[in-house]
Write a protein that binds this ligand. Sequence first.
Ligand code: NAD
Length: 515
Amino acid sequence: MSQTTSAAPSTGTEAKAAEATMVEHWIDGASVAGDSERTGPVYNPARGVEQKRVRFASTDDVDTAVQAAARAFPGWRDTSIAKRQQIMFTFRELLNSRTDELAAILTSEHGKVLSDAAGEIARGLEVVELACAMPGYTKGEHSENVSTGIDVYSTKQPLGVVGIISPFNFPAMVPLWFFPLAIATGNTVVLKPSEKDPSAAIWLARLMQEAGLPDGVLNVVHGDKVAVDALLEHPTVRAISFVGSTPIAKYIYETAARNGKRVQALGGAKNHMLVLPDADLDLAADAAVNAGFGSAGERCMAVSVVLAVDTIADEFVEKVAERMSRLTIGDGTRGCDMGPLITREHRDKVAGYLDVAVDDGASLVVDGRGVEIDGEPDGFWLGPTLVDKVPTSSKVYRDEIFGPVLSVVRVDGYEEGVGVINESPYGNGTAIFTNDGGAARRFQREVTVGMIGINVPIPVPVAYHSFGGWKDSLFGDAKAYGPRGFDFYTQEKAITSRWLDPSHGGLNLGFPQHD
Ligand code: NAD
């Protein structure tokens, strides 16, 4: 395997990032080309052009990364908590001071607008701060004198090499949900970011090195199913953290479990927002537009369905449409509200749903296909789209569209609204907009969804609460970050200890009992 001095995005300037034509792997603290000839395109979605290529790792390349992580593990596990914490604090400072640099990379490869990219980094930074608080979450417990002269205590130890596989829509935040906690707790990592926007992961790995992380503790391999399968099947990898679409999450869960690994697999979503007649309709309409079209709807916690009660539905749809007419769409570097979609293929797939909606009897209130763009015509554009009276039998309702398409389903009241939410196979996030505390309280108890917003449209928990959906939005029982994140990356040992004195002698073959 050759090592290169690729100009992949470094801690330098945005211009330096743009020079890179090939995004390489990052193994054992160095940029590595690997032995695979396979590569994939990295687009600038706002211009509609290929700006870089990214290496697709072979099984051998993944093995090289796993071996590097395995070599680094004993030294890193034995590094004092104080030293690990100090590296995390330094990383936090560096990341905080270079947010603009990383945001520029996110906007150039993903397309989200710069302010949204900065927001993504801020939410990732929260988890880095949580990682700095690792000692408080991993202390273990101690019971003195459980039997005469015997103490029992538990300790939480790292697993070893862990694999992280992340999606395109949060190229910085999702890796940051996982690797800071995995590393702070003493594990070593092989990260496989999305091949669609891979540079952020490399940038973060270089920044960790600058913060003082020893080589081999955080490795990044790029690629597709070949790289993912190599991680899932590698006997040295102890655990897998995955975020992506539901079919792949299910595959990851099953395959990793079959290979004896601990696995958390977060899947796709279809998030409903129930608007009751007593809600403040202006606030609810603001929330629906913000949560529906932020990041062009490419968020796992985006609101993609509004359940509007019949009595206020016409008025609500009118308010939403009026707000949509004020949004500016264009290149994320120009201060627009909404950028392009990730690829031309994805844009075409999302746009294809609009004909389906009409065929299924829904009404297209705002058609994003004719939107005016502040940017280049070849960008992967689709404007904000509003579809009313969507039947729940339609693919437009059932599929996770993952684009700027907001569906309105009309319901006759609270009961029907909750029924629709609970019949959905997804259960990531949901929200209720109401001024009735009793209805809100019933809602939080009755919906079969993992994260609930009460007058809050995108209820992503803060870093010290864990993140995870229910049903087809999370396979396994392990949530991301927060207390559950620390649990996932550690294994508990219980120690029963007695320091002998002469009174402890004598033979007794009975099962140990307490005295
Ligand atoms: P994806 O499932 O296509 O890809 C996710 C990862 O899996 C990528 O690294 C990709 O390379 C890999 N992958 C893709 N196909 C594979 C295959 N056949 N075998 C093995 N690995 C494969 O998802 P995406 O399009 O990158 O991201 C969008 C999806 O992620 C949406 O469904 C969104 O809801 C979901 N998501 C969920 C959450 C959450 O917290 N639940 C957060 C962000 C995104």
